[in-house]
Design a protein around this ligand. Structure first.
Ligand code: AMP
Ligand code: GLY
Length: 430
């Protein structure tokens, strides 16, 4: 099988690395890939951007690609799967219609409500006067979300009415998120612990991946601005068997059935961002129509099953007899970012020797490139140092030991990835 993986981040490095381990796969192309995928002996970078749907389709036809797997949300929301299907090409990822679960918060919230799937109370607005009136009457904090895709930046948690008004005006009047923010969802603030719950599905059968939790805040103790994710670990202890079953029954299956009824069978990875409160009640914060980044990196380190085969079977609506097997070890991925991220940062900084891959360690690349045979930074999130260990604490130690060997003076990273799980581990062993 010849496989094309679309995307160039840490998620795509981890997905393509895993896919290339399949005995059924003869060749893996990554478009556009990054410095890490360029250095992998079993991967070949192709210089086509992830949003160039026509270019990707042409490449898949010319190269007789048997299976294309889409990493990021933009091409999915813009209909890459629909286009590939029209051309008779097998493409793993939800259709344009099903991807609206991520592409439009309003669609997602209305869908959840219509299908009685638990989520925060909300209202949708296009006019700032009405939105401001609403927040003045509501309680604080309150959450303001741009309707469309905003590269992870479109959610503002306002702790005062003034902050809420500023966020509303920024979206609806100053249009800082462009078209994505011409409509906003305002929703109730939820307390609890977050977990990422990701499944692979053919639209009817859903097989959950190991649970995970990411750290969205930039700084230690979960402080500072929100980012795409500064690190993640798997499993997330909050998702015990009870919560796991509850998410499957209350969220995943009703979602797939609701979409099927609407004529949009969902094939792909489905990511439910969950908030779980102290009474074990859960609510959906968000859906993503793709794998998480950086959750992919620690999850792929633990996955023993053949991911390429599973994606292929999902495209054939044939997941019903499949299951996933896991390395029992815990896994942690620590993101090394360019200093300044998620705001202004410099690129083209030299990165020294990367520790070799071992059974317990893999450094996945995101914003890197190879220039004149040298590895250089090329984005905000640059590396994800991912390690396994018998406990989250040992996995964390292994990851930070590896980080200490990487010579890159511009690096910024959190020092406490996995802190909640480690605290639980320590409490349990006392
Ligand atoms: P989203 O993209 O909708 O998941 O939002 C990004 C992040 O904002 C989430 O991972 C949460 O940390 C936070 N968030 C979103 N919605 C809420 C909410 N209703 N209550 C509390 N935090 C939220
Ligand atoms: N790590 C969160 C996301 O991929 O959206």
């Amino acid at each position: 099988m010849k496989v094309l993986v679309v995307g160039g981040g840490g998620r795509e490095h981890a997905l393509s690395w895993k896919i290339s381990q399949s005995p059924k796969v003869s060749q893996v192309f990554v478009a556009p890939g990054n410095g890490g995928t360029e250095l992998e002996p079993k991967l070949t970078n192709v210089s086509i951007e992830a949003d160039d749907i026509d270019g990707l389709a042409r490449f898949a036809l010319d190269e007789n690609i048997n299976l294309t797997i889409i990493g990021p949300e933009d091409p999915l929301v813009n209909g890459i799967t629909n286009k590939f299907k029209d051309l008779g090409l097998k493409c793993f990822g939800p259709s344009k219609e099903a991807s609206k679960l991520e592409g439009s918060k309003e669609f997602m919230k209305d869908f959840l409500q219509a299908n009685k799937i638990p989520t925060a109370q909300y209202e949708t607005f296009t006019e700032s006067d009405k939105a401001i009136e609403y927040v003045k009457k509501g309680s604080l904090p309150i959450v303001i979300k741009a309707d469309g895709l905003a590269a992870g930046k479109g959610v503002i948690i306002a702790f005062t009415v003034e902050e809420a008004i500023e966020a509303i005006k920024n979206c609806l009047e100053s249009k800082i998120f462009g078209q994505a923010g011409k409509r906003i969802v305002i929703e109730e603030y939820l307390e609890g612990e977050e977990a990422s719950f990701i499944v692979i599905t053919d639209g009817v059968t859903a097989i959950p991946f190991a649970s995970s939790q990411d750290h969205k805040a930039r700084d230690d103790m979960d402080l500072g601005p929100n980012t795409g994710g500064m690190g993640a670990y798997s499993p997330a202890p909050i998702v015990d068997d009870y919560i796991h079953d509850k998410i499957m029954q209350e969220v995943i299956y009703p979602t797939l059935m609701g979409l099927k009824k609407a004529g949009h069978l969902y094939c792909g990875f489905l990511y439910a961002g969950m908030m779980i409160d102290k009474n074990n009640d859960l609510k959906v914060l968000e859906f993503n129509c793709r794998f998480g980044d950086p959750e992919t990196q620690p999850i792929m380190m633990r996955l023993k099953s053949d991911l390429a085969d599973l994606c292929d079977k999902a495209c054939d609506s044939n997941l019903q007899n499949e299951e996933l097997t896991w390395d029992e070890k815990k896994s942690i991925g620590v993101v090394m970012a360019s200093r300044g991220y998620p705001f202004e940062y410099e690129k083209n900084k030299l990165i020294g020797q990367i520790p070799d891959e071992t059974e317990n360690l893999k450094v996945f690349h995101a914003g890197t490139k190879i220039e004149d045979n040298k590895l250089k930074s090329n984005g905000g999130r640059v590396l994800c140092v991912t390690a396994l260990g018998d406990s989250v604490e040992i996995a964390q130690q292994n990851a930070y030991d590896a980080i200490s060997l990487i010579d890159w003076e511009d690096a910024y990273y959190r020092k406490d990835i996995g802190h909640r799980a480690i605290k639980r581990e320590r409490n349990e062993s006392n």
